[in-house]
Write a protein that binds this ligand. Structure first.
Ligand SMILES: Cc1ncc(COP(=O)(O)O)c(C=O)c1O
Length: 425
């Protein structure tokens, strides 16, 4: 019986292959010039990923002509949907006024003002080109500030391609002095501080890529106390969670870290990263100070990302919009869990606000169950990650949510026998 999940998955995969000849051809072409046809591992899924030709609002259309409601929202970065005139106009205006102006420009200061006023932890900030780079610089500054190399991170944490701590870490991780602890485990953190000289703690207020597992308030408060007591730097990676409220999760919890990193949507759809923190920490990068350290980057202040970021913040990332998006996500998560329970389906969904992840409740078949649900929903015009990630964008309204829930109900009914057999096994 257990193998019936795998048999159903094989059938669903075969149907996907038949339905998507143009995506398959695009993949085969890409394989000749990129390993596995891929330049971004998280987009890979068996048997080949869809090749998307265009997007509008909260919908995307693939090269075979299928249109999907985009419930993945570019892994949280695509909070605006796909065709914002506001972002387009801002980017075009910046382009017309001259890209990269060989000096400081008028936009970078405006964007820095808009961001520092949102985050209590950012007296000063600097820009980078990705969340990964922002975390690298925050860790480097922490080391310079404390003179200590050891960094606490958490199992299943994800802070970028070279800072990934699922399954015991990755061979491509940056060779820093990491101590990987269990998440939400206060005793383990206390023991680590008692035993080691810790320079920094890098933590996501909710683990995003790690399965949308929120930290408890007690855990983050304990990290705040421990870092304060031992003179270590507490860094909140809010690259994903900054969307939970105007001032990020730190404002919801009333816990202020020493440094914060953001990225994704704060660049208005362009490549972006940013790290900021206490003035005394950021002062190490003040070029007026003797002995200051450098932080270079040709595109750190590129006018296109600066302009798009300003437009994004002023138009979309308002307190009201983010509160409404948070509420919509909480509502969807509750309705999905109610549906799974009502249908006796082997799934749950975890998360916070507009970011959530579906999991299979049978550990042995968790991955297969998620992929099966994703194939079934994909066949009904709903796009989410094969690992079960959903990230709502602002253009998704109640009509799309209701349509999505109808499709989930339909899929669960169609798989009722399979789920019942699995339950019995
Ligand atoms: C929590 C978190 N931190 C950092 C990053 C890295 O950002 P980027 O992909 O822009 O390098 C990500 C990306 O998904 C993320 O989810």
């Amino acid at each position: 019986m257990k193998n019936s999940v795998l048999a159903a998955l094989a059938d669903a995969e075969a149907a996907f292959v038949t339905r998507n000849p143009a995506s398959r051809a695009a993949h085969e072409r890409a394989c000749a010039v990129m390993p596995g046809g891929n330049t971004r591992t998280s987009l890979w899924s068996e048997p080949f990923p869809l090749c998307i030709a265009s997007g509008e609002g909260c919908r995307i259309t693939d090269v075979d002509g299928h249109t999907y409601v985009d419930f993945l929202g570019e892994f949280t970065a695509g909070i605006f949907g796909h065709s914002s005139d506001v972002l387009l106009d801002a980017t075009v205006a910046a382009h017309k006024a001259g890209i990269n102006l060989s000096s400081h420009n008028t936009l970078e200061v405006r964007l820095a003002e808009l961001i520092t006023q949102r985050f209590a932890s950012m007296d000063l900030l600097r820009f980078a080109n990705s969340g990964t780079e922002a975390n690298l610089m925050a860790l480097t500054l922490s080391r310079i500030h404390t003179g200590r190399t050891k960094v606490i991170v958490f199992e299943r944490g994800y802070h970028g391609g070279v800072f990934t701590f699922a399954g015991g870490g990755s061979p491509v991780n940056a060779p820093l002095d990491f101590l990987v602890l269990p998440y939400n485990d206060i005793a383990a953190a206390e023991a680590a501080f008692a035993e080691h000289e810790i320079g920094a703690v890098l933590v996501e207020p909710m683990q995003g890529a790690g399965g949308c597992r929120p930290a408890t308030r007690e855990f983050l408060a304990a990290l705040r106390d421990l870092t304060q007591k031992h003179g270590a730097v507490l860094i909140f990676d809010e690259v994903q969670t900054a969307r939970m409220a105007y001032g990020g999760v730190q404002s919801l919890l009333g816990i202020t870290p020493d440094m914060t990193t953001i990225g994704k949507f704060f660049g208005g759809g362009l490549a972006f990263g940013c790290f900021g923190g206490k003035a005394e920490i950021m002062a190490h990068m003040d070029p007026r100070n003797p002995g200051s350290v450098g932080h270079a980057g040709t595109f750190n202040n590129n006018t296109l990302a600066m302009a798009a970021g300003i437009a994004a913040i002023e138009t979309y990332l308002t307190a009201d919009n983010l509160a409404a998006l948070y509420a919509r996500g909480e509502d969807l998560r509750a309705r999905l869990n109610a549906l799974f329970a009502e249908k006796g389906a082997p799934y749950i969904v975890t998360g916070m606000g507009s970011i959530m992840n579906i999991h299979g409740t049978d550990p042995e078949h968790d991955i297969a169950l998620r992929r099966l649900l994703q194939f079934d929903l994909n066949a009904r015009g709903q796009h989410l990650a094969s690992r079960g990630l959903i990230a709502l964008s602002l253009p998704i309204g109640e009509a799309e949510i209701a349509g999505f829930l109808d499709c989930v109900a339909e899929v669960l009914d169609a798989r009722a026998d399979l789920h019942a057999a699995q339950e019995a096994a």
